[in-house]
Ligand binder design. Structure first.
Ligand code: URA
Ligand code: SF4
Length: 217
């Protein structure tokens, strides 16, 4: 049984490459046991907009990079529609290892939502990334990311379209504007009739987040 925190694996460093390197050996919870590799965040250390998803999916687990599978392609389409260049961003996940079960035939790996314990275990990596990048705007994609940073009772749907602040100011060493939106996978999973609306809402939330930067906050 692994320890229930990544804290002891996180080096005292603000360098993203050092953090990513150390994260590859994390055993802060049991998810490292079955996953292929740690999928650390990726992007610019200068990013003024940081996006946080839930956890890597099947393709991210194999490739080692965040948001490169179906959800990543949807996100890329939404970013393009919003006029936001992904190269300007830092993109990461609340949990750095893929959690899955096997489908009925035993081959296909099916995403499983990480538990609260796993999210809390992995949080020190997310806090370290936040501290290294210090984005002006932090956009949380979906309930897992939102609850990791805003608290376990946080209701995403009640706060879409608002500019929020991180709670527990002492724990965070800086104060980005926080916005929350639906997870790109939820757009893909929605009923076909709802998909266009859900996609447009994601694009509009991305524009809103980007606009906060343009407005100089
Ligand atoms: N979903 C996520 O939340 N993150 C990824 O990196 C891929 C899919
Ligand atoms: Fe460590 Fe996070 Fe992976 Fe758990 S999910 S082993 S805490 S990196």
């Amino acid at each position: 049984m692994a320890a229930h925190t990544a804290a002891e694996f996180v080096p005292d460093s603000l360098k993203l490459d050092e953090l990513a390197h150390a994260a590859h050996d994390c055993k802060g919870c049991d998810l490292y046991l079955d996953a292929t590799q740690t999928v650390f965040g990726a992007g610019s250390v200068e990013a003024d907009l940081m996006l946080v998803g839930e956890q890597p999916g099947d393709q991210e687990d194999k490739s080692g990079a965040p948001f490169v599978g179906p959800a990543g392609r949807l996100l890329d389409k939404a970013l393009a529609a919003a006029g936001v260049d992904r190269d300007r961003l830092y993109v990461t996940n609340a949990v750095k290892h893929f959690k899955f079960t096997f489908g009925e035939r035993g081959k296909r790996r099916i995403h499983k939502t990480p538990s609260r314990t796993e999210v809390v275990s992995c949080r020190p990596w997310l806090l370290a990334e936040l501290d290294a990048v210090r984005p002006g705007v932090l956009m949380l994609l979906g309930a897992t990311a939102a609850q990791s940073l805003m608290g376990s009772t946080f209701r995403l749907t009640a706060h879409r379209g608002e500019v929020l602040r991180l709670p527990d100011a002492e724990e965070f060493k800086f104060d980005p504007a926080v916005v929350v939106t639906a997870h790109p996978s939820s757009v893909l999973r929605g009923r076909p009739a709802d998909r266009d609306k859900a996609f447009d809402a994601l694009v509009s939330d991305l524009r809103f987040a980007d606009g906060l930067l343009a407005g100089g906050r």
